[in-house]
Design a protein around this ligand. Structure first.
Ligand SMILES: [Zn+2]
Length: 343
């Protein structure tokens, strides 16, 4: 018995020594967080509803930078940082906000980019409410951030992509799309190199399984192309069910797609029903939400999220992007509202 024990101890110490030796050679493997774990972090009550400029935002930005590092998202060429800081007017003076932006190299001979992302800010706290006062923003838009990270993780494992992929986590969306606007006005890459892309808005909702939809579906050739690719992944990509609400103009895709939009042009289109000339890149928004009542309510927390569907969606999008041909060109299409031209 004692002999056996000595033998066991000897084996164990050899094994430990081997392990220690290996550890020094192998790079540390980043913790593979699940969608649920990432969501739990972003929507914790201690994040106080992720309002732009609020105290918890610095820690959230740091966490996002860590995830970007873990998942192989590098600062854009000619930049050193994943953070793009900017100032926002607040009630009591200037607030510091920050987009987290990087890219995954395609390891190909294409110099064009495809952009995906979501906003990580939300609407904070309302101290006048009875009971729960924290707007955790699980679906809006922690779900989009989680999807972006899961997609990045998948794409960065791929030896060759059809084009470079920019991943963005926008700040100050809830203050009027200010983060994405700031990027378009202060781009870290030549905007003419961005071929197309989409932003995720409320992609965690418990709706019909494997069913998503795209805003501005009739405006560019991105919709039919992605619809085809998503069908191959077992997903339906439908038309925007809320066309009257013009959600195409109300998410972080808008500063890209409607670069020189003005109040006059909006009036021209929606009051006078005349076409407006617009300069922009065909960037759209994708959502899974079907009008569930949690939108901008304190009840938008972990309980409204379908994690299996969100994870499956992210994989489907990643696979769809991977399978796009390298020569993919997205064109603006004839439509009743806008005469689009590229910048
Ligand atoms: Zn949103």
């Amino acid at each position: 018995m004692i002999k056996k024990l000595i033998l066991l101890i000897a084996f164990a110490s050899i094994a430990i020594a081997a392990c220690a030796k290996q550890k020094s050679i192998i790079k540390p493997v980043p913790v593979k967080l699940t969608a649920e774990q990432m969501m739990a972090y972003l929507t914790d009550d201690d994040k106080l509803g992720r309002e732009t400029g609020s105290v918890p935002m610095a820690a959230i930005q740091k966490w996002l930078v860590q995830r970007f590092n873990d998942y192989g998202i590098k600062p854009l060429p000619k930049t050193k940082s994943l953070l793009q800081e900017f100032e926002v007017d607040g009630k009591n003076g200037q607030l510091t906000a920050a987009n987290i932006i990087g890219y995954i190299d395609c390891h190909c001979d294409n110099d064009r980019y495809f952009i995906i992302g979501a906003h990580y800010d939300h609407i904070g706290v309302n101290s006048k409410l009875e009971g729960d006062q924290i707007f955790n923003g699980a679906d809006d838009d922690a779900s989009g951030v989680v999807a972006s990270l899961l997609i990045a993780r998948e794409l960065s494992k791929t030896p060759k992509l059809p084009f470079h992929i920019i991943i963005a986590a926008w700040d100050a969306e809830e203050k009027g799309l200010l983060g994405s606007k700031y990027f378009v006005e202060n781009p870290l890459v030549n905007l003419s190199k961005i071929e197309s892309g989409f932003m995720f808005e409320l992609v965690g909702s418990k709706s019909d399984k494997k069913t998503a939809w795209m805003t501005g579906f009739s405006y560019s050739s991105l919709y039919p192309l992605m619809k085809k690719q998503m069908t191959k992944q077992g997903w339906q990509l439908g038309e925007d069910p809320f066309a009257q609400q013009m959600l195409f103009m109300r998410s972080d895709n808008a500063p890209f797609a409607l670069m020189d939009m003005t109040r006059e042009k909006a009036n021209q289109v929606f009051r006078e029903h005349q076409k407006a000339d617009i300069k922009g890149i065909p960037v759209h928004a994708i959502s899974i939400w079907k009008g569930q009542p949690h939108y901008h309510q304190v009840g938008d927390d972990m309980s409204v999220i379908d994690f299996d569907n969100l994870t499956d969606f992210s994989l489907a999008i990643a696979n769809a992007i991977k399978s796009l041909p390298q020569d993919t060109q997205i064109e603006w299409l004839e439509n009743p509202q806008f005469n689009f031209t590229r910048p």
